[in-house]
Design a protein around this ligand. Sequence first.
Ligand code: COA
Length: 219
Amino acid sequence: MSAPRSPAPAAGAASPAGAEVRVLRDGDPAVAALSADGWTVAAESWGARLRVTAAVLGRCAAAVTAATDAGWELLVLGPHDAAAVVALDAACAADYPDTAATRHDVPDAAALERDLRSGARWAYGAAAADGRLDAVTVLYPSVGREAAMVETDFTVTRAAVRGRGLATAVKAAAVLDLAAQGHELFGTGGAGVNEASRRANEALGYLVTERWLHLLPPH
Ligand SMILES: CC(C)(COP(=O)(O)OP(=O)(O)OC[C@H]1O[C@@H](n2cnc3c(N)ncnc32)[C@H](O)[C@@H]1OP(=O)(O)O)[C@@H](O)C(=O)NCCC(=O)NCCS
């Protein structure tokens, strides 16, 4: 599925073109040395964290209300929704930034169905009045450097309805529901070029905690 390589990307990962990529935290003194040797920044990525507070829950509730008022229903999705989630994601696959920092594979429907049934993943969606799934976010339990947390697998909105707050709303629905189940820390990340993704998260209270530079060698 999505691989934002965040917040701690694997050093020495391969770029789409197959060249070796060095992944260093922004500000690492080694960046200057590599740059002097001709390495160039091919892509940037970021990692963010959200800790549940009353203010966060208030922002999430407002985002859900805005989408509901605009005509979408926010849903907790289950195993029977896996095919619809995959169909939406497949229709949008070409819209994910494919960079040295991030890539996205459309999930396998059977695997997603199994994960949603077992609790290995959670999914939240926004459905139009006719039932069409227009946005979805998929998350999974993870262990960050600091504590157990809920990591985002991917979030996607149907192209025709982007910019209407649906990505923000499905992430908000996820935070509200999972916080009610006792989860306190959420993580996410993405490509530096994906401003919409970063802003959807920041609108709810995710704070960018780290930025990574993905460097390619000369030639
Ligand atoms: C990223 C994506 C999910 C955003 O979905 P969306 O429903 O349009 O997002 P929202 O309407 O909730 O907008 C979120 C924020 O991004 C901003 N935004 C929306 N489209 C934008 C764009 N093309 N460029 C910059 N900012 C944009 C919005 O203004 C909003 O910011 P604000 O709250 O400061 O106003 C959607 O563009 C998409 O599906 N892209 C392809 C898949 C992808 O890249 N997913 C993310 C990686 S997992």
